[in-house]
Write a protein that binds this ligand. Structure first.
Ligand code: C5P
Length: 232
């Protein structure tokens, strides 16, 4: 499979394989990657990944593993065995969990990118306080991103608002995969902290997860082309 250089990852948030593949077939695997999340994977299983690989797509398997070190390492190895381009764990699993995952990947010389989720953007400062995380969400994001980097992760999932700070702390080479992307003329929907594709890249995001702005468009490839033009 040829390496592609686009930052765009299209979220295939569907509950069945035919719907996911109908959207995939409207997209060009040379111009975007795709993301398979918990709903599609739990309903369809690895067949979803295989069908997308058969169509030439690189896949981000977004299952956010969080378990004891040996179990999490087995899960990321299973994802890498399936040939996915990227997968992820929760940084809250701690240093030993992330190190075990990174070690398993490097021992087997997998090329799969392994990134960490720091703090779910859905959590408010009050909710974080309730689960024992004192201080701001931003401080916790920074702490966990640095721990993830020290533990061998290749990057983090983060909001574009966090990318600039994480670029300062973790460098350009540390991947910053950013959802909550809306084109300047796009619908906001249920997202709160949104940014345009060009602003997110300028802030330091290395990859952009785009869902409905492309998948709900009447012409998905035209929507994707408009995003490409905005970030040249
Ligand atoms: O449709 P939209 O562009 O909002 O989709 C964004 C995708 O990124 C969805 O798959 C969503 O679950 C995911 N995501 C997010 N915010 C996060 C983490 C993941 O929107 N903090």
């Amino acid at each position: 499979m040829p390496a592609i250089s686009t930052p765009l990852i299209i979220a295939l948030d569907y509950a069945d394989l035919p719907s996911a593949l109908t959207m995939a077939d409207a997209l060009d695997p040379r111009r975007c990657r795709v993301k398979v999340g918990k709903e599609l994977f739990t309903r369809v299983g690895p067949a979803a990944i295989d069908a997308l690989h058969d169509r030439g797509f690189e896949v981000f398997l977004d299952l956010k593993f969080h378990d004891i070190p040996n179990t999490a390492a087995g899960a990321v190895e299973a994802a890498a065995d399936r040939g996915v381009w990227m997968t992820n764990v929760h940084a809250g699993g701690g240093r030993r969990m992330m190190e075990a995952c990174a070690k398993r990947m490097s021992e087997a010389r997998y090329r799969t990118h392994l990134i960490a989720v720091t703090v779910l953007t859905s959590l408010s400062d009050e909710e974080l306080d309730e689960i024992g995380v004192e201080g701001s969400a931003a401080a916790q994001v920074e702490r966990l991103a640095m721990l993830a980097q020290q533990s061998g992760m290749h990057g983090v999932v983060c909001s574009a608002q966090e990318s600039a700070r994480l670029r300062d702390r973790c460098g350009d080479g540390f991947l910053k995969v950013t959802p909550g992307i809306r084109p300047a003329d796009g619908e906001v929907g249920d997202q709160r902290r949104i940014m345009t594709p060009e602003a997110a890249l300028a802030a330091g995001s290395t990859h952009l997860v785009v869902g409905r702005a492309v998948t709900q468009a009447a012409m998905p490839m035209e929507a994707l082309t408009a995003i490409e033009r905005s970030i040249i």
